[in-house]
Write a new protein. Structure first.
Length: 73
């Protein structure tokens, strides 16, 4: 039988991006607050960080700058 090809979703494409956070540091912080961290939480945090950085870059560009500053974040 022929195998069906699965359509790639946006989530799959986004998850191929490099993880921007240090997983061990994030997990240690979460554990220090008496909570557990799932493996998916690290990728979700990184995906949100990409969005935050993209917005900061756009704000800097809108202000005619190539340098992202704290106020852009």
């Amino acid at each position: 039988m022929a195998k069906k090809k699965k359509a790639k979703s946006k989530a799959t494409k986004a998850s191929k991006k490099e993880v921007l956070v240090v997983a061990s540091k994030v997990k240690n912080y979460i554990r220090s607050n008496d909570a557990m961290c799932s493996a998916d939480a690290i990728q979700a945090l990184s995906d949100n960080l990409y969005g935050l950085l993209d917005a900061a870059i756009e704000r800097a560009k809108a202000n005619r700058r190539t340098t992202v500053k704290p106020q852009d974040v």
